[in-house]
Design a protein around this ligand. Sequence first.
Ligand code: PGA
Ligand code: ZN
Length: 407
Amino acid sequence: MNAVDNNESAQFREGARQPVTSVRAWESLDSRAHPTVGCVVTLESGHQGRALVPTGASVGQFEVADLRDGGARYDGLGVRDAVVRIETTVAETLAGVPAGEVDDHLDGGPSNVTLAVSQASARAAAAASGQPLWRYLNGSGEVSLPCPMVNIFSGGRHAEGGVRVQDFLAIPLAAGSFAEAIEVVWRVRRRAAQLTEERYGTLMSRLVADEGGLAVLAGDDAEPLELLARAIEDVDENVGIAIDVAATQIERPEEFLSTLERWCSRYPIVSVEDPLDDDDWDGWTDVTRRIGHLQLVGDDLFATSAARVDKAAGLGVANTVLVKPNQVGSLRRAADAVAAARHHGYATVVSARSGDTEDDMIADLAVGWNAGQIKVGSIMRSERLAKYNRLLEIEAVDGVRYGGWPR
Ligand code: PGA
Ligand code: ZN
């Protein structure tokens, strides 16, 4: 280690050692206009960190639940109880705790309580260290900019439509930089919008789903896939297709499997997420045998739990872990899932939620954890662009190198 590295890790420790002096929270709104928790943590040095947490729509049974107020306000989705919990119990527990040890004291609470505090504390510690968040999280390990999986068409619970599959995404397979990756998928999305307009008219091509994707309301599951494949053919053949079935939201996912296999042989599909229920281990073993030559991503299957990653690896199920910090309620536990994935040779994709905010933290998580891939929705709507813009900044200003499509 050279003198600069020594100096940097001393700074790194300095921020993590700063004690927490105050924890404040408030009720905010996410991109679906549902209440969500905002939090600011202040350290003895005066440095502050702020966070707004996201919420999913396809919430798996193994996720740590959010605390919601119930009752009449905001259709029961209010988070005033979570705010009170943070400003009383959690604030009392954390008073004087070093910022770097906050996550050790957060076990067991609702996700929107603990994650808000975990994220705000990490930001405060990074600020006190004088480091960008990605570097604070990484220490002196390897880093790279992630390959983006970008939503182009949405169905399922993100678009209220007849299409059952939740996401049809584009993955740039040959881009030389993150900026180039974004430019390629921008062209795919624009071409897909033109094709949608030709097929369904202007109204449909202007509809925007929860993650900024095009919302095709047609009944046929294959229609968005057909349009996306044509857009890719027209724009750049070095783009692959990813599908998130979000099978926990589908009535009989097993029956859908043969359709999925047919699609995989007909279209340039390189990645499939959650083709089956999150507790169907036999089904997952079978599907891994059938399409495990592709990237096979578990989202609800893993629920960002290191223990579930260990179990899947023991059974040889799936090969890639979707990492959503709010499924487990703290950055430390999400980092544990990343470490478990790496240990077993599984790839990782850091992911936003469909109800997200302008908080761009997961961009820094993807870089700092050297995750390899990121999934934050389409290149439309600012809660999505906040993450892409942060990655463009890290590439241009901090000079982190782009890792490319990792398979
Ligand atoms: P969710 O969907 O945030 O609505 O759960 C995102 C995903 O499944 O990847
Ligand atoms: Zn998913």
